[in-house]
Design a protein. Structure first.
Length: 451
């Protein structure tokens, strides 16, 4: 972490963050870190496990760095996941819970824990290293507590890159939010924090603060298209959009590229378990991507992507070891391969098996999103006594429509694009949003509700 702290100190008067319409410099950040460091020893011992309940803010970032310098094991918890905080605090064996308000006032509560002798925590303490605990989304089971050596994770950012004015989209409890923070600090970039993650607010923020880089998810890009917010704001400052966290529908990529023809589009890839990999898209309109870079090795086994990373987690708090003996991690992502190029088809756990035929939800969603009647759609599998599973769709329509009428239109529309077994059999029309707080398709929750 030292070189990141050195970067903060040396950047001095450069703008670090725009938050609540105020611009903070790197000097402001450095002074705030020192201020928190003076407060921390009064309530938090070196090496303690500390949960921070706060959204992305200037004070949250300053406290994060101060705790890292205190060699704390940090569990960032955004307000998005508030309903799960008690579970996360329990799984993470937190000894302290710190709450921040917008003024940065500390409310530090101590928690009695049972032993707190997790092997990874003890390992971090023996090295005198800070730690980071992130949680999986729980899309394929209970959320897993992912333990990182923060010094090792930060080493991924030693190589210099370009300074961007970046809108922060993913929260600090997401590997993508950590990636944005570390990358910008390393390269003297500026982070712009929006008031909310609604399409109009994001577009207004891009216009007002001349944002150059928007890292986001395919689901949010689809929301931008649906809302037509793009047409209401001047987005000429925007140079690049990076997208990841879930498979991109080809129809979404094509449409957003048409709406923003002067913006570069780049697919990203990373996991909380392995860190963020370098990527190179074949072209702006392509879903084919090269994945890897210094510190990473990849291999394809039975069409599944495996990664070995110098920046991998130490392990899970509440699950078995995830690495094979050689250090490779099974991502669970099924891929198509063309030489060095890969196309991410989706998670193996989300694959729908219809009588032995494989159906990837993203492929079907991409077709249905082309229908003029469809605002959003989520595909999932449900049991079928004859074929094992069948394809089901939860659809949000642009205008009110009966299920039978929609089903007839959908079958006719899909016939030229999809094999019969891929066309949804069961249709549910819903007014509810189909994404999670992390702006990913909420496949597990929706499937459980509508199966």
């Amino acid at each position: 972490m030292k070189y990141l702290i050195d970067a903060i100190e040396s950047n001095s008067n450069s703008p670090f963050m725009v938050f609540e319409e105020r611009t903070y410099t790197y000097q402001d950040l450095f002074e705030s870190i020192l201020n928190y460091r003076k407060k921390i020893p009064n309530c938090i011992l070196r090496g303690s496990v500390v949960a921070i309940q706060a959204d992305y803010s200037f004070n949250c970032v300053a406290l994060f760095y101060a705790l890292a310098l205190n060699r704390s094991i940090i569990i960032p918890l955004s307000i998005d996941s508030k309903q799960k905080h008690n579970d996360y605090i329990h799984i993470g064996q937190a000894q302290h819970v710190v709450q921040l308000d917008k003024q940065g006032l500390l409310d530090c509560s101590k928690i009695e824990t049972e032993g707190n002798q997790n092997e990874f925590y003890n390992q971090l303490r023996s090295y005198d290293h800070a730690g980071l605990v992130l949680f999986s989304s729980g899309s394929s089971g209970p959320p897993k507590g992912i333990v990182h050596d923060l010094r090792k994770l930060a080493d991924a950012y030693k190589k210099p890159g370009k300074a961007w004015r970046t809108l922060i989209f993913l929260q600090i409890d997401h590997i993508g939010g950590i990636n944005t923070l570390f990358y910008n600090v390393r390269n003297n970039g500026t982070i712009v924090v929006p008031r909310s993650r609604m399409p109009d607010e994001i577009c207004q923020c891009i216009e007002q603060y001349q944002v150059e880089l928007l890292p986001t998810s395919p689901t949010f890009l689809n929301l931008m298209i649906i809302s037509d917010a793009i047409s209401r704001y001047d987005l000429s400052s925007l140079k690049m959009i990076t997208y990841g966290t879930e498979p991109m529908a080809e129809s979404t990529l094509k449409r957003i590229h048409e709406l923003l023809p002067n913006v570069r589009f780049k697919q990203t890839y990373g996991l909380s378990e392995t860190g963020i990999l370098n990527t190179k898209s074949r072209d702006d309109g392509s879903l084919w991507v090269k994945i890897g870079g210094p510190g990473f090795d990849i291999k394809i086994v039975e069409n599944k992507l495996w990664i070995r990373s110098d920046f991998s987690m130490l392990g899970y708090l509440n699950a078995d070891c995830a690495f094979e003996k050689s250090g490779f991690f099974n991502t669970g992502d099924v891929v198509e391969q063309d030489g060095e190029w890969l196309k991410i088809l989706g998670r193996e756990s989300e694959l729908i098996n219809v009588g032995g035929n494989k159906v990837f939800p993203a492929e079907v969603e991409s077709v249905l999103q082309k229908m003029p009647e469809v605002e959003d759609v989520l595909i999932h599998g449900i049991p079928n006594p004859l074929t094992g599973q069948m394809v089901a769709a939860v659809v949000k329509t642009r205008e009110k429509m009966e299920v039978g009428e929609f089903k007839n239109r959908m079958r006719l529309f899909c016939k030229p694009f999809l094999e019969p077994y891929k066309i949804p059999i069961k249709i549910v029309i819903s007014d509810e949003g189909l994404h999670s707080e992390r702006f990913k398709k909420n496949r597990k929750a929706v499937s459980e509700k509508f199966s």
